[in-house]
Design a protein around this ligand. Sequence first.
Ligand code: FE
Length: 288
Amino acid sequence: MTTRTLTQVIDSIPTSDGAGVKLRRSLGRSQHLRVDPFLMLDEFSSENADDYIAGFPNHPHRGFETVTYMLDGHMLHEDHMGNRGDLRSGDVQWMTAGRGIIHSEMPQQESGRMRGFQLWINLPAKEKMKPASYRDIPAARIPVLDLPGGGRVRAIAGTAEAEGRTAAGPIEGLATDPLYFDVELPASAAFSHPVKAGHNAFLYLYEGGVEVGPDGARRALGRHSAGVLSDGDRVAVAAGPGGARFILLAARPLREPVVQYGPFVMNTREEIEQAIRDYQSGTLTRAA
Ligand code: FE
């Protein structure tokens, strides 16, 4: 059994996207800072409505999946096909853009705290042009596993286990076989969990402090930073004196070329040019 070590830290940088939503981007802030198949991770967190109220008006995507996890707040999603999804605290929306989606993501609150994550996960070449689809997952359908020592894991994707008990997340059947946990640890608690060998993995700390890695090779990870892990079949995290909250992500790497132009992620330059033409001609979302 090999415990993964922390091999790279991708600090987040403040940026803005959409119509001026302030957020922190770690993965994806440069095209070299990705963890295949994870393309981008944004954390949005603000008590100030001016930072988020303008939202993300209509915009396209092609070739990958977006996962929105709301910790606090209320966001409405609408797309060109008339789908509507109402995300509230603890809810997840897993969207497969496939060949194309045009949608908006708009805050539905004018005050209070808005906090959460948007993650982009790549699709394999053979699935990039499949029809768009959604899974709207209410908080009540995301299982929570209590950990010995007082922590807990919310399993959005993958199966959490502790002391012979398991909790399987609602997302399954994807080519990249993702694991997506939201982990909360009390002061000085230890967390050790299997992660499939050969899958790429990272964690993103959003509250408190942690050290990551096996005893004798632990490294501290700062808040609002992504810690990329070596290969291995287990992850070990020790919370600091203030406890910790982090998300843990792992998935099977695609090992395919990635060509990104804004909201389009394909394998070749030609496919990107096609996506731009399709968007301009109004056929992004329709089979030719
Ligand atoms: Fe979007």
